[in-house]
Design a binder for this molecule. Structure first.
Ligand code: 5MM
Length: 337
């Protein structure tokens, strides 16, 4: 087993998943302002430190994705944030893209940037304790999109990123996120997501990326959030598994889904069903941002001194996700809370 494969398995196995706490300052500011908390360096650190010190980190979170600001911060007890996360037997991840920018040649689509100087930045992050990284390509579905240009340029960037990350001895998370925005059907989502993922793997292979040493972070296959189509958890699981079986090479150790704007319970129920129906060899787990954090953020915003209550809220959600990653979740566990 290669070192990179060992890292990927350690992050994803035993009912663990990933906490995506890599919101850039702009995104974190929006999330804090929505709950009437001032966004400053101290508050961003405070909320994240509360989550990273919660007791279920040890059982449920195999890795945390951080943003550049956070990986350099120190806790109230003068530990570095990487030391705090590592003390829970969880690994450090870092977002290394510099964001989705307007794609020249397309009116509404984006290309994710950050390749310039990446080799040097990776050395710095490794020295700070990072052992895995994240890069997110963003795709739209509509009558015109995704364009061939967006599919091809984002796959190329993801593959060049992944090759550099493995050269730096870290595991790259490949995140091609097909947004839920729009009125498309689940079948449109299936067709487009499959094409996008296949193109990513074509480029990854061309760039000689070791597929045993990556983690795929895709969206689930869902109807658009403005679509009138309603489908069951079983159908979502069936379509998502069909997509991954057809487009992901079998060497890939695991898939960690993004929550993509689903509610906490939807993201949990769908992951649970995917595990119940899983007919692939891939580990199927979570790399959730909002679906792990938003309940805790709402709770904390009402009383920022209530650390215990905020941690209990986070612990509950992490436990539900961990059960779902093992196909052991039931909605009664969420109702009885
Ligand atoms: C945590 O949010 C990340 C986005 O941050 P920026 O937009 O500020 O770069 C995002 O990449 C996230 O990791 C994934 O989309 C998964 O998050 P959700 O909330 O969809 O599970």
């Amino acid at each position: 087993m290669s070192e990179l494969n060992k890292i990927a398995i350690k992050i994803l196995s035993n009912g663990k998943g990933i906490l995506a706490a890599d919101e850039s300052t702009a995104t974190m500011t929006k999330r804090l302002q929505k709950v009437n908390v001032e966004s400053n360096e101290k508050n961003r650190l405070l909320f994240r430190e509360i989550l990273f010190s919660a007791s279920e980190m040890r059982n449920c979170i195999g890795g945390v994705i951080l943003y550049d600001e956070t990986i350099r911060q120190k806790t109230s007890s003068n530990k570095t944030i990487p030391e705090l996360i590592n003390s829970n037997n969880s690994l450090i991840g870092i977002k290394v893209d510099t964001g989705a920018k307007v794609l020249a040649g397309s009116e509404n689509e984006t290309i994710t940037e950050g390749l310039d100087g990446l080799r040097e930045r990776l050395k710095d992050y490794y020295a700070l304790g990072a052992r895995f990284t994240k890069w997110r390509g963003v795709y739209l579905i509509s009558d015109k999109y995704p364009s061939k240009l967006s599919i091809s340029t984002n796959a190329h960037a993801l593959a060049r990123y992944a090759a550099l990350v493995q050269e730096a001895e870290m595991v790259p998370i490949i995140e091609p996120e097909v947004l839920m925005d729009g009125n498309h059907t689940a079948n449109d989502c299936l067709k487009n997501t499959s094409e996008i993922i296949k193109k990513c793997f074509e480029e990854l292979e061309l760039n000689k990326v070791d597929l045993k040493g990556i983690i795929l972070k895709p969206n689930m296959i869902l109807p658009g959030n403005n679509s009138s189509e309603k489908i069951s958890n079983e159908e979502i699981a069936e379509l998502t598994l069909r997509c991954l079986r057809d487009s992901v090479p079998s060497e890939v150790p695991g898939v960690a889904f993004l929550s993509g704007g689903q509610t906490e319970v939807e993201a949990t129920a769908n992951l649970n069903q995917i595990n119940l129906q899983n007919n692939t060899n891939f580990i199927m787990t979570y790399s959730y941002g909002r679906a792990l954090q938003q309940e805790a953020l709402k709770f904390w915003s009402k009383d920022t001194n209530n650390i215990v209550g905020t941690q209990e809220t986070f612990n509950h959600r992490a436990k539900m996700c961990s059960l779902a990653a093992q196909g052991k979740w039931s909605e009664n566990f969420d109702k009885s809370k």
